[in-house]
Design a protein. Structure first.
Length: 514
């Protein structure tokens, strides 16, 4: 019964936000209501919960301050007087653990998340009862249960203690370029670090062996670099490996904060795309055993970031056309056309299967009739370039349509070879998929559109079509995207990458370090 109640609460709409409404009378009433709800929880339990909140990447001193501890040590009489103050601090912690300390709308325009709402006093009271008035259990229940957050919390639970006990120390300096079978005392410490991160190291000696090469190559790949089987003592990878333990903890703190913006629990069927690691994962727990598949993605470069968001795939489009988005149209296509002699314009449009249309897409225009050299993006905003469906279309032959208003979706690509490159932050915001046919087959399972029909209906090299095939999904699937720079992968290896999007620094300005 308790579990069902918790589940109902987590799925119900949250209607209060902390800090409370600006209306003074409502603020007083709301504070009183919330204070009354948590006042039944023993102060000692609250102290235990707040001092142990480092496991969630939050600094306990923000909630259980040194001043509180000093008062607490004075005995029962003083503890009774501080209960209201502790209640308010604990409520703030509940708010921060469930919604996040940082409002996502204040970080960056590429974060398309709105701050969630906190539980009503009535909902919180029911949850206090169902958790047996246990402050730590209540805290853990309100914390995210989604898989990425749980993974990050597990990682923090391993890394942060290593900062305290010296298990993560600085690497030993060397002047050698380390490569296969080179021996150096620095390799011992290097192997220890790699083993700590979860890489398989069979021999902890000073030999730069195949185990180390495999690990270093993997790290280079995650840093979007081409592996070269060597480690240079002044190179980027060495500096990356020598990042301090507490800097990695701060990275984990930032990523955990991002995941607090998302729902407490994900659906039984969902897609999660790690934008930083350029990786796609689909999880379907409705199947027995659960169905999980993963593959590579190509997503937004630094100048045109893919958004952090929650959305749904609602339609599969075979042989999509591509309407060039305004930014690409002005910054890329017009610039490209201006570099051509006038006599090559028609060939340029024909060879790319491009067409020029008016804003209603009711009249097709002759591209040679347009003065591209005096083109003004404000005056001529009613002109659009459309690429007809074909195998080399920018969207490839499959598009997965989402519901957002900023023209971001998932799709195939005409640059399929790029999935074998480590640097895959290359797109203009949309997300390209390594295995679009696999996803289409999964989404259309149980319909007439089996794998054979999907493949036979998509265009082949040299083929061009005038129309697309649009298939609405009867069971849309949720898509989550987030730029996570740290992760515990399914092979139990802790991986880090650079914060190319620059989100972490802005988040960490508002989060006190552990």
């Amino acid at each position: 019964m308790g579990f069902l109640l918790i589940l109902m609460l987590l799925l119900s709409p949250w209607s209060y936000a902390l800090p409370f409404d600006e209306d003074e009378e409502l603020t007083v009433q709301a504070k009183l209501a919330y204070n009354t709800v948590v006042d039944v929880i023993p102060l000692d339990d609250m102290r235990t919960a707040m001092t142990g909140v480092w496991t969630h990447g939050l600094n306990s001193k923000v909630y259980w301050t040194d001043s509180m501890e000093k008062t607490y040590q004075k005995g029962d009489a003083q503890r009774a007087k501080m209960k209201k103050r502790v209640n308010e601090a604990y409520l703030q912690l509940l708010n921060d653990i469930s919604l996040g300390s940082v409002d996502p709308e204040t970080i960056s325009i590429d974060i398309k998340m709105k701050r969630k709402k906190f539980l009503t006093p009535q909902q919180l009271q029911a949850l206090v009862i169902s958790t047996g008035q246990n402050a730590s259990l209540l805290l853990d229940t309100l914390a995210p249960q989604n898989a990425p957050y749980v993974s990050l919390r597990t990682t923090l639970g391993k890394v942060f203690p290593a900062c305290q006990n010296g298990q993560w120390g600085a690497l030993v300096k060397t002047k050698k370029v380390l490569k296969m079978d080179v021996k150096d005392p620095a390799v011992v410490a290097l192997k220890s670090r790699l083993a700590f991160l979860g890489y398989p190291i069979s021999n902890p000696d000073d030999n730069f062996d195949q185990d180390v090469i495999n690990a270093v190559n993997d790290i280079e790949w995650n840093m979007h670099m081409k592996p070269d089987n060597t480690l240079h003592p002044t190179g980027k990878v060495w500096k990356f490996l020598n990042v301090t333990c507490m800097e990695r903890v701060r990275q984990l703190q930032a990523d955990m904060e991002k995941m607090r913006w998302f729902p407490n629990q994900f659906e039984d069927r969902y897609i999660f795309i790690n934008l930083a690691m350029t990786y796609f994962v689909l999880v379907d727990k409705t199947q027995n055993p659960a169905y999980v598949t993963s593959f590579r993605t190509i997503n937004g470069r630094q100048e045109r970031k893919s958004p952090t968001m929650r959305d749904k795939i609602v339609r599969v489009i075979l042989n999509p056309s591509w309407v060039v988005p305004p930014t690409i149209f002005i910054e890329d296509k017009v610039t490209e056309i201006r570099g051509l002699p006038r006599y090559q314009i028609k060939y340029y449009f024909d060879s790319h299967n491009y067409e020029v249309w008016d804003k209603e897409f009711s009249h097709r225009l002759d591209p040679t009739s347009i003065d591209w050299w005096s083109f003004d993006s404000k005056l001529d905003a009613d002109i659009f370039i459309r690429q007809k469906p074909n195998y080399w279309n920018a969207l490839g032959v499959i598009k997965f349509e989402l519901t957002n208003s900023f023209s971001v979706y998932l799709h195939d690509t005409n640059q399929r070879e790029l999935f074998w490159e480590p640097q895959r932050l290359l797109s203009s915001g949309c997300i390209r998929l390594e295995k679009p046919f696999d996803l289409a087959e999964y989404l259309l399972k149980g319909t007439q559109w089996d794998r054979t029909k999907i493949e036979s209906s998509t265009l082949k090299p040299g083929e061009v079509a005038d129309k697309s095939i649009k298939i609405d999904l009867t069971n849309p699937i949720t898509v989550y995207t987030a730029f996570l720079t740290s992760f515990l992968s399914s092979d139990n290896i802790i991986r880090f990458t650079d914060d190319v999007y620059g989100q972490n620094a802005d988040i960490l300005q508002n989060l006190k370090s552990l």
